[in-house]
Design a protein around this ligand. Structure first.
Ligand SMILES: [Zn+2]
Ligand SMILES: [Zn+2]
Length: 645
């Protein structure tokens, strides 16, 4: 027997026996054999122990490869479940996938677990990883699997419903075992348990079985795992920092927004200070749009069911929509809008358009409503009601290229203005099922790609990940502690113009279809505000601070104070003339993260001076009033928006 193994560099190794991943890695070098985690063949991952008897082209996935982290983390989830079962033999286990930065496993315990129990479970996991327990794969019949998992109702359910993601097909069950622990699983895994060295259980949460609120509530144990101690430490430090920056905590401390049981989950109430912040963000964005050839439009929050039938939302998106509002007497059904597009299309349709008018760009802050599951709601970042900085561009096929480039540049410049400067993109291309002609897709996709290249925006291509109706670009920004936030989306759409039968008159006087581009640049105002709060850890830049200057008085200074107030009347100022110690006033102002404190004492009156503390700068005393105004102006300057340079 000869097996030819082709490596990514094109070289071929020939073995005179059936070959495993270990054999291949070893044949290349001992270092690689040590670092190897699994194999990739035709976009499918295999265990290193898998045996191949015919020719293959392989890539060896090592521990420095991002794909390897998923495998480590999923294996960590197995070891977590194993540890839990060792300690709590009556616990039932559900599913345990790898997630971004870590893994989790869902359990049903006889007695609910407490956060403090995690240490013991972590110690049990450490024990398991001290000895090399191999992960071995086996295939058994459904009948045998049911016998094996007879006390595990969730596993029985997975076997019966043939969950392919969990390694169960119609007739055979794939299983991975190490020591006495087994789990339904399609793999692959790290070779043995000693590969897991750097991990931590991070928190305890709750989740419904299969994400369905009618199912039993389970306890979810979260953990994180990495290939090096350094990576783990960096991540844990980042998490600590992230907790301090949590926008929900800061939003409460800074009095920005609130929520209430009477309101329902996934919606927020903006308090006066939060409403100022929100308005500043919206106004800035709105002006940028107006100055860049967008037309403002305004649309209502509900529309008749026929509209959502035409747009396809009732066919493709209904599970994300709120239930209908039915007016029985008039036999009418309405839906809250999950998207603004159909309304903008109706506006487009209300007039006849010539090619000379295109591109047409309709912009609005459109509030939309999506019935997200309770479990995925997260502060301002994931809501049921939110406001998109939404625009729809109607253009000709020939205009796509230029339009996309202008748009991308506009988007990056807008994010930059808010202090988000490290921008990367994902380009999602044509999926297997799609509508529209190949040529249209080609033109649109290369427009997106060329624009990214020309503007020097680093991007990754997600081949085949686009929506069926057109390719798209997602922009994400890196925040102050290195987290990436997906913000802007630019989506080309070949479907909606057809659904609504919209047209323009071309230069040959014929009616033809325009192309539509959906785009939201901040994403949603709520989410964007949440991201900014976390990016700045609540210390908003001066121009975005709800209160920009706290004027703190010492003694009797009222006439001079009035003079200062007059001079600073363009700014959002707050006066603290309470009869308190200065230290207390300063502490209070800094706690509220006000960027500038102006201190006015009796001795400042005759000299026309004041004290000034600017966030992140040295505190200054006896500064001439005119000089202080200059410093304040510089600190509170609104960034100029320009798409050039
Ligand atoms: Zn598994
Ligand atoms: Zn849209």
């Amino acid at each position: 027997m000869n097996v030819d193994v082709t490596l990514p560099d094109g070289s071929v190794k020939t073995f005179d026996h059936a070959v495993s991943g270990f054999d291949i890695a070893k044949s290349i070098g001992s270092r690689l054999a040590k670092d190897a985690i699994c194999l990739e063949i035709d976009n499918v991952f295999y265990d290193l122990s898998a045996i191949f008897e015919s020719d293959i082209s392989v890539r060896i996935v090592t521990n420095s490869d991002p794909d390897a982290l998923h495998i480590l983390r999923h294996s960590s989830a197995h070891i977590l479940a194993q540890a839990v079962l060792n300690l709590y033999p009556s616990a039932e286990y559900g599913v345990g996938p790898s997630i971004e930065n870590g893994f989790y496993y869902d359990f049903l315990f006889k007695e609910p677990l407490k956060e403090s129990d995690l240490i013991e479970i972590e110690n049990e996991m450490i024990k398991i990883t001290k000895n090399a327990q191999e992960f071995t794969k086996s295939e058994i019949s459904k009948k045998d699997a049911k016998k094996l998992f007879k006390n595990q109702s969730f596993k029985i359910e997975l076997i019966e419903s043939a969950e392919t993601d969990e390694g169960v097909s119609e007739d055979v069950v794939t299983m991975y075992s190490n020591d006495k622990f087994s789990d339904l699983c399609k793999g692959p895994h790290i070779p043995n348990t000693t590969y897991l060295k750097h991990f931590k259980l991070t928190k305890l949460g709750g989740a419904y079985w299969r994400g369905d609120e009618d199912n039993p509530q389970l306890q979810r144990i979260y953990g994180t795992s990495w290939f090096t101690k350094k990576d783990l430490d960096v991540y844990l430090t980042q998490q600590e920092e992230a907790e301090k920056r949590d926008h929900r905590k800061l939003g409460n401390e800074l009095n920005l927004f609130t929520t209430s049981n009477e309101l329902g989950s996934g919606n927020f109430l903006w308090k006066p200070k939060g409403a100022i912040l929100r308005d500043l963000i919206e106004t800035y964005s709105k002006n940028a749009h107006i100055n860049n050839n967008y037309d403002l439009v305004n649309t209502p929050h509900i529309g008749k069911s026929i509209l959502w039938e035409t747009s396809g939302h009732l066919n493709h998106y209904k599970e994300n929509m709120f239930p209908p509002i039915v007016h029985e007497e008039n036999d009418e059904t309405y839906y809250l809008k999950p998207m603004n597009c159909p309304f903008h299309i109706l506006i487009y349709k209300s007039d006849l358009h010539s090619y000379k008018e295109l591109p047409l760009r309709y912009f609005e802050f459109g509030s939309v409503y999506r019935y997200e599951k309770t479990g995925v709601l997260h502060g301002l970042l994931r809501l049921r009601g939110f406001t998109q900085d939404d625009a729809h561009i109607f253009c000709t096929n020939d205009q796509i290229n230029n339009e996309v480039k202008t748009l991308l540049n506009f988007s990056v410049k807008l994010l930059n203005s808010f202090g988000l400067v490290d921008i990367e993109a994902d380009l999602s291309t044509k999926p297997k099922k799609y509508i529209g002609s190949d040529e249209d897709w080609e033109v649109a996709t290369s427009s997106l790609k060329n624009s990214l290249t020309e503007l020097d925006i680093p991007f990754a291509t997600a081949n085949g990940e686009g929506a069926f109706y057109g390719p798209k670009i997602d922009l994400h920004a890196k925040d102050a502690i290195g987290r990436r936030w997906q913000l802007s989306t630019i989506q080309i759409d070949f479907a909606q113009p057809d659904n609504f039968n919209i047209e323009y008159v071309n230069s040959d006087n014929q009616k033809v279809r325009p192309v539509m581009i959906h785009r939201a640049l901040l994403g949603s105002v709520e989410r964007f505000t949440g991201v900014l709060i976390e990016h700045y850890a609540g210390h908003m830049p001066g121009w975005l601070s709800p209160v920009q200057i706290d004027i703190l008085t010492i003694g009797e200074v009222s006439d001079y104070l009035n003079e200062i107030k007059e001079i600073l009347s363009d700014y959002r100022i707050n006066i603290d003339d309470r009869n308190l110690r200065l230290g207390e006033k300063l502490h209070n102002s800094q706690k509220n993260k006000v960027p500038i404190q102006v201190i006015v004492g009796e001795k400042d009156i005759s000299a026309s001076t004041l004290g000034i503390n600017i966030h992140n700068q040295d505190n200054l005393k006896d500064v001439a009033l005119t000089e202080a105004v200059k410093l304040i102006k510089a600190e509170l300057k609104v960034p100029e928006f320009s798409i050039n340079g």
